[in-house]
Design a binder for this molecule. Sequence first.
Ligand SMILES: NC(=O)c1ccc[n+]([C@@H]2O[C@H](COP(=O)([O-])OP(=O)(O)OC[C@H]3O[C@@H](n4cnc5c(N)ncnc54)[C@H](O)[C@@H]3O)[C@@H](O)[C@H]2O)c1
Length: 332
Amino acid sequence: MRIGLAGVGRIGAGHAETLRGLGAVEEVVLADADPVRARRVADKLGVRAAGAVEDLFTAGLDALVVAAPTAAHAALVTRAVAADLPVFCEKPLAADLDGTVQLMAEIAGTGVPVQVGLQRRFDPGHIAAREAVRSGSLGWVHTVRSCTLDPAPPPAEYLPTSGGLFRDCSVHDFDAVRFVTGREVVRVTATGANRGDAFFAEAGDIDTGAALLTLDDGTIALVSAARYNAAGYDVRLEVLGSKDSVVAGLDDRTPVTPAGPGLRPAGPPHTGFLERFAEAYAAELRAFVEVAAGRADNPCPPGDCLEALYVAEAAEVSRAENRPVDIEEVRR
Ligand SMILES: NC(=O)c1ccc[n+]([C@@H]2O[C@H](COP(=O)([O-])OP(=O)(O)OC[C@H]3O[C@@H](n4cnc5c(N)ncnc54)[C@H](O)[C@@H]3O)[C@@H](O)[C@H]2O)c1
């Protein structure tokens, strides 16, 4: 299989390296809006660089990976689907809810697979938590707690186009709650705070947020996110049940210290998403190659991305208007 990749920034360069190492992939062709960057990454990895992003659609490739900035996703996915190229697109599919719904309408019925990069579905801990729920070993689940805590805030210029903390960051938790429990979210109550740099408030964003979700079987899920967690990059999901409880993301690198006596994680804390989810990023691309070859079902279709985005949208409305918001209210 010959795979193209658009966008070789933070996540794209890592994806390119993974693709290069897959046995089923014979050739990787990289492109970027900055052709010098594409060439530099290609040379480092020993793969080919296209002269322009446009060339990816005329190079006779078999599939495309989109790791360009969010604003470019919808156009690249539409082009790829029109060219009959199976696509892996980093989350989110489009810059906002309307753009996502519009893109999904455009590609509906084409039969060309579009897999979205919500990598927690490939994290061994999240998979094990899902299996524990399914097996019944936890009894009935009374509470789920999921967090995404960044060690340091992103640059100020990242915020205005990021979609805000819930859409940018917690969308992974919202997807993980659905993935692990197999339930749908029906209602969201959210709040946020700004106690860090002023540029968050100036961009209309928050640096810390929490969303209380009610699932369709009555389970309560708590999702929390923060941009100032200097202890390290902390992504954990706890499933607490009537018979037992499990935690995804509790390991020797979990960035927590016991306040009193207790077990201290042995290793250095997780530093960021690239390191924490390295295995999951590789697994989702291995899965994509199987999807693109027609040998596997799509593990993260656009509909799942949209459902997580509805939850994020409801959280934003809830925070802004200080009231509970039903998912049906934001559903298009
Ligand atoms: N799944 C995850 O955990 C995760 C983590 C980080 C980023 N992301 C997503 O990945 C995407 C990229 O994020 P990043 O942090 O790597 O960004 P980045 O800014 O580091 O890299 C983006 C690259 O795309 C290039 N580019 C710009 N416009 C382009 C276009 N039209 N076509 C091709 N290339 C173009 C830029 O020159 C740059 O090299 C974003 O949509 C982001 O939401 C997902």
